[in-house]
Design a protein around this ligand. Structure first.
Ligand SMILES: [Zn+2]
Length: 71
């Protein structure tokens, strides 16, 4: 009985860890209005960037792709 509860709790933790990573594949700079892959080397302060889950979301918000990382 206890094992079943522990496994369910572990699965819930795994889901909650995996979800935020998918939410920030793209980062937009509100100052330059450009968006990047979250791994782009030009990003020095990711906390100042807007997160996008998809490329289309960034384009729809008026952001243009970075020429360095070419997202
Ligand atoms: Zn970039």
């Amino acid at each position: 009985m206890f094992k079943k509860i522990a496994l369910a709790a572990l699965a819930a933790v795994c889901v909650s860890i995996a979800t935020p990573a998918l939410a920030s594949d793209y980062l937009g700079n509100p100052k330059s209005m450009k968006f990047h892959y979250s791994s782009c080397s030009t990003i020095k302060h990711p906390e100042r960037f807007v997160e996008f889950s998809t490329r289309d979301d960034a384009l729809a918000a008026g952001y243009v792709p970075c020429k360095r990382c070419n997202p």
